[in-house]
Design a protein around this ligand. Structure first.
Ligand SMILES: *Cc1c(COP(=O)(O)O)cnc(C)c1O
Length: 362
């Protein structure tokens, strides 16, 4: 197994020793003991603070995708109308997920290198289609872009759309997320991006409205949200909770709140700006189109003409640097520098940029 000196992958991000060690403990039976319930409540409380909500946060064993699926299946039935605002792989993917549940999906789509714009067009779609749920991605990781949620939240309120579903998996902990202020009903998160905990837990905020809808739908399944509504009150979980993983996430949340959510977002913003500056200076092209909002947690760069991704990746790895490739139509075309969580570190990114500059000159 190879170990890299300079990890720059946009998730899973490198986990600090202290977060790892927080999980190196043997406990009693997580589904029976009051200590676990306290740990769960404290952890979800800190996550709520990181997401800007006074409402409920649910924590499940799994990864980000689990929250995406669980929230959708818990709140949608076949035939429900879903408006998928899409600017990238995850945004379009959500439309496909809703279709697989049998929903009637309308997509308002933009280029993968764009962010949501033309709110007149979006408003028209909301007014005309009357969706039960609007889906969108706050931080589109494969594209290195960040979408505005606030404007969509306003449209949701204006037209009385029941649910706004936002994937903020790679934004929470590294950007300003304001669930209550923006009117988000289901805000999806994961541990292995900006929180830099192991890829073991998924979490999401659930608004009062979303709980009502979940009660109405009554979905039962391994990924169902409903059992978590009363988990703390009744000290009862639908399956054995992952005590060590929760303890690691708890430590990661403490570190985030000790720094301050606003300060952490500022750190990410500064590092991202530096990264984009260096990439541009060395003659590479940023993937996001002019006018699109670049992400503060991940920078997407076009693979240079004179070198294919495999070669570039190999040369970076030989120097101890590992960056992210891409998926789907971006595979081989766009690579990514994940400056999120522990990797939103100016010295680390500077080292990575020095290596990248040298490698593309060869
Ligand atoms: C990482 C990520 C997810 C979750 O994917 P996992 O494979 O479960 O980690 C979802 N959405 C976005 C935008 C992501 O970056």
């Amino acid at each position: 197994m190879k170990v890299y000196r300079i990890p720059m992958v946009p998730g899973p991000t490198s986990v600090s020793r202290e977060v790892l060690e927080a999980g190196m403990v043997n406990y009693g039976s997580a589904d029976l003991e009051g200590d676990y319930v306290e740990l769960y409540a404290a952890t979800t409380g800190m996550l709520a603070e990181a997401m800007g909500t006074k409402g409920d946060v649910v924590l499940q064993t799994g990864e980000g995708m689990l929250a995406l699926w669980g929230a959708m299946k818990s709140c949608l039935r076949a035939g429900d109308r879903v408006l998928a605002l899409s600017t990238g792989l995850f945004g379009y993917g959500m439309g496909c997920m809703a279709e697989s549940i049998g929903c009637e999906v309308r997509t308002v789509g933009f280029g993968f290198d764009e962010t949501l714009s033309d709110f007149g067009l979006i408003e028209e779609a909301v007014r005309e289609f009357r969706p039960k749920m609007i889906t969108m991605v706050q931080n589109e990781t494969p594209s290195g872009t960040m979408n505005p949620v606030e404007e969509v939240g306003r449209l949701k309120e204006k037209y009385g759309v029941p649910l706004l579903y936002v994937d903020a998996v790679s934004g929470i902990g590294g950007s300003d997320v304001r669930v209550d202020e923006w009117g988000v009903d289901l805000c999806l998160g994961g541990t292995q991006k900006c929180l830099s905990a192991p890829a073991s837990m998924a979490f999401l905020s659930v608004s009062g409205r979303a709980w009502e809808v979940a009660e109405e739908v009554g979905y039962a399944g391994y990924d169902a949200l409903l059992p978590f509504r009363t988990a703390v009150r009744d000290a009862y979980f639908p399956y054995t909770p992952y005590w060590q993983g929760t303890a690691q996430l708890h430590r990661a949340c403490e570190l985030l709140l000790e720094e301050g959510v606003g300060k952490a977002a500022e750190r990410h913003r500064r590092v991202a700006e530096y990264c984009r500056g260096r990439v541009t200076e060395m003659g590479l092209r940023l993937y996001p189109a002019p006018g699109a909002v670049p992400s503060p947690t991940v920078t997407a760069v076009v693979v240079p003409d004179h070198m294919d991704w495999k070669t570039l990746d190999g040369r970076l790895r030989a120097e101890g640097v590992v960056m992210g490739g891409n998926y789907g139509c971006l595979e081989g075309e766009v690579f990514r520098i994940g400056h999120m969580g522990t990797q939103a570190n100016m010295n680390l990114v500077k080292e990575a940029m020095d290596v990248l500059e040298e490698v593309i000159r060869k």
